[in-house]
Design a binder for this molecule. Structure first.
Ligand SMILES: N[C@@H](CCC(=O)N[C@@H](CS)C(=O)NCC(=O)O)C(=O)O
Length: 207
């Protein structure tokens, strides 16, 4: 049995939930993390010493780090379309997964921490305007990539990279931002929104 530890409104948990729904997997989900059972509980820390969600327990095999979990589940279920076995195709998927963790997520974070979490540090004069310059530039890189990829982040069909970035596409549109016009990002979001599993695990939950 697959158990997912993590609240359904967490961005990193939603990556895993969306994939599980697309794969049609049976799983249990336990509400851990902010607002629920604490991820700092000693029992949880034994599974994941970082006190973060998500963590999975797959028949006794424990794994954390959302992007790693996405790759693990795709490979376990032999979805070569989602996680290519070809060296270079896989490297491109992983490149975009690393990029979104290292570059896109931190660029979007100041907007999320102000508009959703309400952390006043991010509402100080000039902070949001400056953050928007950065986030617009980063989503601009995404727009250029989508113009040549064939419609999805790494290539012309859904891969692990899309499962990792999906929540941050929804968040970009769901937050009250003065967004630049990025037609390929908009078309990508429309494409993802056509998927019932994306609607269920990401869009309906909110930013
Ligand atoms: N690199 C980790 C980051 C995990 C992470 O930051 N999780 C957040 C939720 S999105 C968390 O656990 N926050 C504390 C909490 O909810 O208690 C991953 O991708 O799994």
């Amino acid at each position: 049995m697959l158990t997912i530890y993590g609240r359904a409104n967490s961005s990193n948990v939603r990556k895993v939930l969306w994939l599980c729904e697309e794969l049609g997997l049976d799983y249990d989900r336990l509400d851990y993390g902010r607002g629920y059972k604490s991820a700092s509980d000693p029992d949880y820390l034994k599974l994941n010493p970082n006190a973060y969600v998500p963590t999975i327990d797959d028949d006794g095999f424990v794994l954390w780090e959302s992007n790693t979990i996405v790759r693990y589940l795709a490979q376990k279920h032999q979805r070569e379309d989602i996680l290519p076995t070809d060296l270079q195709k896989r490297a491109i998927v992983e490149q975009w997964m690393d990029w979104l963790t290292a570059t896109l997520t931190p660029a979007l974070a100041p907007h999320f921490h102000w508009h959703v979490v309400g952390n006043e540090k991010f509402g100080a004069p000039g902070v949001q305007a400056e953050a928007l310059v950065t986030s617009s530039r980063i989503y601009g890189i995404l727009d250029s990539q989508l113009a040549k990829s064939g419609g999805y982040l790494a290539t012309d069909h859904l891969t692990a990279a899309d499962f990792a970035i999906g929540i941050y596409i929804h968040r970009w549109f769901a937050l009250p931002l003065d967004r630049p016009d990025l037609p390929n990002v908009s078309a990508y979001y429309d494409r993802l929104c056509e998927r019932p599993a994306y609607q269920e695990t990401i869009v309906k939950i909110g930013p």
